[in-house]
Design a protein around this ligand. Sequence first.
Ligand code: PLP
Length: 368
Amino acid sequence: MSESLRPTYLEVNLSQLRKNLEAIRARVAPARVMPILKANAYGHGIDGVAKYIAAFADYLGVATLEEGIHLRQIGVDKPILVMGGTLPEQIPWFLRYDLTLTASSADLLRAAGQYAFPSGQKIRAHLKVDTGMERVGVRDTDVIPFLELAASCKSVEVEGIYSHFANADSLDLSHARLQLERFQEVLRFYEWRSLPPPPLRHLSNSGGILQLPDANFDLVRPGIMFYGIYPASDLPRTVDVKPAIIWRSRVAYSKVTPPGRPVSYGSTWQAERPTRIVTVPCGYADGYFRRMSGKARVLIHGKSYPQVGRICMDQFMVDAGEEEIALGDDIVLLGEGITVHDFAEWMGTSPYEVLTSISARVPRVFVE
Ligand SMILES: *Cc1c(COP(=O)(O)O)cnc(C)c1O
């Protein structure tokens, strides 16, 4: 176990991440699983997570080229798919670091062919079809010339073809089903041309894994569920996963504050009777959003207390009432009953943004 000098840190339980991966695998088998490690492994800390989980994963997914290169530099040797948009001039880096390109347009496919040709190497690519997200990828209605080009491109090894759901985390699955049908229609190209389809066909993110088993194909791409969090709190929990993080801190100051002495910037809150005000050494620069002021709660000695006054950049205050609380006592900000969905509600955002907002200043402590 690594230790943190700072009393505010994120404890990341690696064994729980592995259990989540295995639970997803059991649900989708024989399809394979590509845990998504983008955005600092959804805030969990990419180095610790990647080094541990690579041995158990079939494939890893990241958003940016830089994230892929970083994984290679720390010694990860599993296949890595870069899912985000790529510019043609970035292509040589895919060869250099053995990364899998998302070929999301005919131009990118041609550029990949040109870069690979002089060296005689092949660029490994997954073709990206847009079935209803209008982000990156060739629209299903325009896909045939793109697939023809891919099939004839000698210097590109087309290992996969995929698309991405816009609404698989909704209880209303009509749009997701439409996307699934469009993707199936796209794959008919290979039958019609009597060509073998690329070996890795994939579509599902967390919402799809939970709700649309027909969309498993050869591989699934769980992000938030790999981290044990359901993409929306009202979805059927068809896979049993659990969160792997506890955001911990310790009391940095404790004093009894009387009425008439407002707490924090703007003096927006004051006590009605003498009460114990505890200072937590964590603030919005750590991803403990200022927007949660007056809404958030923390656990001290296992009991829940309200955050009061404005959350500052590096500190915030808690009203602990009559409780005897001393300097150095343990505090839980997230976990042990306080959920990422609670944070999302306090913040007015999604669980995804909660996780990816826990800033780099918060040390990650990995436990097994
Ligand atoms: C982020 C992302 C995922 C993972 O999504 P979750 O909803 O977190 O499971 C999968 N595929 C693509 C293309 C993504 O960008």
